[in-house]
Design a protein around this ligand. Structure first.
Ligand code: COA
Length: 161
């Protein structure tokens, strides 16, 4: 468990969306100048998950508090799993929560029997996101999705990320 502890010593875990946590997940918000990279509120992603049947939202909890949102999906066209909607509340960033949340999700996805590769995309100007994903082993595929860089990590690498 120590491995998944942020710089404040809080345990970081992913939780399903529940009657208790959905309001906090809906309120998750990036810094104002990060809204060009992601939705202004977790609510946008939460609704996409609820409506679409494609994405599955998860709450990112640090200690007692919900501090972020992340979601995943399976793309049956190319048989890859995708991560999206990663937001840590503006005042909770830089403490290790984002890295722990992505690592926890990578392990969860890699454990699925049909998982062979995990993909995600980020805006080319989003340097913090690019640095985070690169440090976990993601490599750009050369593809772009909605003007975002698509990067991939094998399931084998995701297991130990
Ligand atoms: C990207 C984001 C989720 C990272 O969450 P976080 O909790 O701040 O991340 P961490 O504290 O775990 O830091 C993880 C890594 O991100 C990178 N990083 C974080 N902040 C950074 C900054 N200001 N500048 C450069 N790199 C940064 C670093 O590589 C860092 O690793 P390090 O601390 O070992 O150097 C968060 O900044 C965020 O919510 N941003 C707005 C939404 C967004 O852009 N989401 C990603 C969409 S693809």
């Amino acid at each position: 468990m120590m491995e998944f502890t942020d710089r404040q010593g809080r345990g970081v875990v992913l939780e399903d969306i529940t009657d208790e946590n959905w309001r906090s997940v809906a309120d998750v918000a990036p810094a104002d100048d990060q809204r060009r990279f992601v939705a202004a509120l977790g609510a946008r992603y939460l609704l996409l998950s609820l409506r679409g049947g494609v994405w599955t939202s998860l709450a990112v909890r640090a200690g007692e508090e919900v501090v972020g949102h992340v979601m995943w999906a399976y793309d049956d066209e190319d048989g890859t799993h995708w991560i999206g909607g990663m937001i840590v509340n503006a005042d909770e960033q830089g403490q290790g929560v984002g890295r722990l949340a992505v690592r926890a999700l990578l392990r969860r996805l890699a454990a699925l029997p049909d998982c062979r590769e995990v993909r995600l995309s980020y805006h080319p100007d989003n340097a913090p996101a690019a640095a985070l994903y690169k440090s976990l082993g993601f490599e750009p595929t050369g593809d772009f999705e909605d003007e975002e860089v698509v990067a991939a990590l094998s399931a084998a690498a995701a297991t130990t990320a």
